[in-house]
Design a protein around this ligand. Structure first.
Ligand code: PLP
Ligand code: COI
Length: 340
């Protein structure tokens, strides 16, 4: 296959339509066989469940070209599992995780000319999503749904690549205890838009959300989990029922322990402790690991001693090992790499 003529090294995190997308419809209690289509547009009834009551969930994963020229995805089974639990929480039908992985594979294969070459710094972002499609006016779940997968080639999520980020502690809450913070639902992102626009206006890259109940514990940002490193090289990451269970974070915990021999603590992390950490980073599919240099808490600046100008040493090792596994330079744990 001939690659598309795209300036891979200079694309940002935006939407570039590819040739094919996957569509499956749910009606009368079952999913149809699903197929690829070239039509990027969706015609929906004006009263569709998704438009009225935001009944939609999604996933995010990437396809990579490995050093030896294969196209692979990273742990897509976990995205399939997470979509199942997101759908269940919003009273949507389950798109089975086995079918999810097959559909991702088929969609990436059809768009192989859009998978950025090895070493370009870009990847193919894959966005599976599902929404209520039939008319709903009383508050209740839809009866019909559409599952789709679109792809788009992307560069770094944060402009400036690995330049350390400045984030602020926000007064807005992202998720309530017993709410929907642990699932990947569009509604969690809609309600974060005001906070991110206001953070950007004030010169910050992202928001650090605290736990809504006590406002003393670190949760996550609008689109990534936190990882911290202590001065004695322990990796610390917040544990909470109201954050998204990041696949990148779970993988990094394993990498830290099993590849780098580091001690890892998954536990509640108090905002008060953050000033004592040596390194901080945001982790996620889009963010990969983006170093945080400064956290501002209502005018009080916390400068991470490592990472003000570049990635701290432990963050860098984690980044290099994870991306090495994803790009085929480092042997992956069994089942992590799915060859397309
Ligand atoms: N937290 C939020 C709110 C996210 O949107 C994402 C992105 O998917 C993550 C964390 C990171 O999750 P993952 O590593 O599975 O991409
Ligand atoms: C991802 O990392 O896949 C996400 O969904 C985060 C989003 C903010 C782009």
């Amino acid at each position: 296959m001939e690659k598309k003529n795209i300036d891979w090294g200079n694309i940002g995190f935006g939407y570039i339509p590819t040739d094919y997308r996957y569509v499956s419809n749910y009606k009368d209690g079952k999913w149809d066989d699903g197929q690829l289509t070239q039509d990027p547009n969706i015609v929906l009834n004006e009263c569709a469940g998704v438009l009225q009551y935001a009944q939609t969930v999604f996933e995010g994963l990437k396809a990579y070209t490995t050093e030896d020229g294969h196209i692979v995805t990273f742990r897509p089974d976990l995205n399939g599992e997470r979509l199942e639990s997101s759908a269940a929480r919003l009273e949507m039908p389950i798109f089975p995780k086995e079918r999810f992985v097959e559909a991702v594979t088929e969609t990436v294969k059809a768009n192989d000319a859009f998978v950025p070459p090895y070493g370009s710094g870009a990847t193919l972002y894959i966005r599976p999503y599902m929404f209520g499609s039939n008319p709903v006016i009383g508050v209740k779940p839809a009866d019909e749904y559409q599952f789709r997968i679109l792809c788009t080639p992307v560069g770094p999520y944060f402009k400036g690549g690995v330049k350390p980020l400045t984030i602020r502690v926000t007064d807005f809450d992202r998720a309530a205890p017993h709410g929907t913070g642990h699932i990947k639902a569009g509604l969690n992102y809609a309600m974060s838009l005001h906070a991110i626009v206001s953070a950007h206006k004030e010169g910050y890259d992202e928001n650090m959300y605290l736990d809504a109940a006590t406002r003393t514990k670190v949760e996550e940002t609008g689109g990534a989990n936190f990882l911290f490193v202590t001065k004695d090289n322990k990796v610390v990451t917040p544990k909470s029922d109201s954050i998204l269970p990041s696949i990148t974070r779970r993988s990094l915990v394993y990498v830290a322990k099993e590849y780098l021999g580091l001690e890892v603590e998954e536990r509640e992390v108090y905002l008060d402790e953050v000033k004592d950490f040596a390194e901080a980073g945001l982790c996620g599919t889009a963010a990969v690991i983006s170093p945080v240099g400064k956290i501002v808490d209502h005018g009080k600046e916390i400068c991470l001693p490592s990472g003000m100008t570049e990635m701290g040493p432990v963050t860098k090792k984690l980044y290099e090992t994870l991306t090495g596994i994803q790009m085929g330079r480092i042997e992956a744990p069994k089942g992590w790499i799915h060859v397309i």
